[in-house]
Every structure is written in C-alpha cells, then in structure tokens.
Ligand binder design. Structure first.
Ligand code: FES
Length: 103
C-alpha cells in the first residue's frame, strides 16, 4: 500500500550564480536541470539566480539554504551532476525535518 502521508519537507532555496564565469561553465543549464529535477519529483525547492560569489575560478557555484541549517556554498557543480546534486539536497532537507506523528 502506498504511503499517503503528505510531504512535510520544508522548502530548499538554491541560489545559482548567474555571473560571467559561472554562466560560461554551465550555470544556466545547471539551474534548469535543478528546477526540472525538483519539479519532476514534486519537491519543495526554489532555484534562484544570484550575483557573483567571488569564487569565479571554481565555477559554477551554488549557495544552498536548507531549512534549519546554515547556508552552504558548493563549488564546481557541473550541470551533468544536477540531478544527483538535487537529490542529495532533498535527502539532507528531509533529514533535517523533525518527524511528525499523527494526532
Ligand atoms: S562568476 Fe560565479 S562566482 Fe563569480
């Protein structure tokens, strides 16, 4: 029997650098792939664009804000790894979400 429990995972905010070096190394494709992965899985995440993080030599760069956790900057996130990256963020968000029990 399928689990009918609604997801309680709070939203993930993902900020993809849109500046020159990151764009040249696939940031737009990365952002699109992240959005597609989150949408395909029905996951609560927002992919936003951000100005340069001043780590251009390590492009493309992504800042992630998971609920209840400090923000973390990921460097050299290749667009081909977007799906795996998105799934790891969702797992981390779910792990950070306290269990809720039915009342
Ligand atoms: S261009 Fe993305 S960190 Fe500078």
């Amino acid at each position: 029997m399928a689990d009918a429990t609604p997801t309680t995972t709070p939203p993930i905010h993902v900020y993809v650098c849109r500046a020159k070096s990151c764009t040249r190394r696939g940031a737009a494709e990365l952002a699109a792939a992240l959005e597609a992965t989150f949408a395909a899985q029905g996951l609560p995440a927002r992919v936003l664009r951000h100005d340069c993080f001043d780590l251009c030599k390590q492009a493309p760069n992504v800042l992630v804000a998971l609920p209840g956790r400090e923000q973390h900057l990921y460097t050299q996130v290749h667009p081909k790894r977007a799906a795996h990256f998105a799934e790891s963020l969702v797992e981390a968000a779910r792990a950070a979400t306290p269990e809720t029990s039915p009342s």
